[in-house]
Design a protein around this ligand. Sequence first.
Ligand code: AMP
Length: 525
Amino acid sequence: MTEYCIGIDLGTTYSCLAYIDEDGDPVVEKNFEQEETTPSVILFNENGEIIVGSPAKDMAMMYPPERIVTAIKRQMGQDYEVDMDGEKYNPIMLSAVILRKMINDFNENHGCDVKKAVITCPAYFGQNERDATKTAGTIAGLEDVTVINEPTAAAISFGFGNAGDGKKRVLVYDLGGGTFDVTILEIDGSSFTAVATDGERFLGGKDWDAVISKIVKEKVSEESGIDMDTLDADEEIKQTLVNDSETIKKRLSTAESTKGTLTVEGQKVVFTVTREEFEAASAGLIQTTIDIMDRVLASKDFAMSDIDEVVLVGGSSRMPQVKSAIAAKYPDAEVKVFDPDQSVAKGAALFSKSNSIMPAADAPVDPETGEVAPVEGVLSVHNVLSKTFGIKAMYEDGTEMISNIIFRNEVLPIESVKTYYPVDDGQSTIKVEIYEDAAVNDADGKKTAIIDGAPVGEFMMELPADVTKNTPIVVKFTATDEGILIASVDCMEQHTDYQIENDMKMSAEAIERSQGLMEKVSNAN
Ligand code: AMP
């Protein structure tokens, strides 16, 4: 049976699956509905069936909203559950349902049984969310899942399409359906190194849809005389506008204005929305993306002239306002809309292909590093740490702050050591409390107020009996290639290692139980 190299962009609003064809090119697989992207929408129907994609999105109007699940990616790695007919589903299971539908469709079309895939996630996903994504793949029936960052995948696909351009520094501006991120990557042949990343978890096409929804309601209210509060409270109008506002928004990406209709209290109201109105009402949203872009550039002291190309990906970057806002701020920027819906999935498929290339048994080994020499076709990918980590420490003036040890936007793997001292002579234990925050590695970033960080783990360590205030306690933080944090503490002969545990992790038994759920995923809608 052919073993395919599969890449899946598991998106907030749309997901996409790509594979490598016989010519070695990444191609997007059409789903059962013959679409290249699958809405990440799930409907639990009255017969106990689980319906995914466009059929679910189209039927959403006919079901109570609690039977429809959308934007589940926003809850990944969070303590969140959906209660459906007495069964509880967490974001991992629900993401698995979406993955299963896409894999089912692929298997059916190609007569295969896919067991291996590369799935993408936002660069800012922490360890919890990455683990959750991997587990979703396992529940969906995969045996081998690699998770890579969406901007890296987009850059891989961009690099593939622009081969032979030599060294390049690109800024990937990814405005999807629910999330926004900006990543600066350096591409050198087959090597992809992220050097800075930042983003906003709750900013995407959905927010632009909400702007359209508001404009439409204002117009309809004016036309019909029905006040806004009444329109806002009407569930049916709300549901209608979920789909209609997205359609209107998309039309305004090509047309300067568009007409629409909305039926309120039996009255059909015709309205017109112009691109100008839409852009004025969403100016604040687009400005937020520009601010984040500025922040990422500033975090590395880059000017736009240090960037060879700005690559726009994510479906929402099709809105003309994205290009014009960037051009207004950076007239000299080289901006390209690059395969916005598909580049992430295609890049993931290319990475999957690279993963499947094994160095020959007699491949030359670098005598210094002991590593096998780069193999033709194998991509080398390095990410940056997405958060800063430190520990709670007491300073000389008695204040407690987070003393930062390893910093976001540093290229993984990272190792960093800091030395602390006990507060008292003869102190018997210390409590090591690990925090994450957003500080950058500069003069001001060495410490962060506790209130600006989030605790991510803690452990107690016994100290040797004869410690004094002058006994060094050496804290080493290591972040692996995958961004997993390991803390180790040494005090005289005492040594403790600690790895942040993901308390949302599903047990093997729970994973197995969830796999049964996959049989309910229908693809013959
Ligand atoms: P993604 O998650 O990258 O697939 O992006 C999906 C988002 O892109 C959704 O919010 C879509 O409404 C939006 N989108 C797709 N096509 C267009 C378009 N032509 N104009 C504006 N937004 C679009």
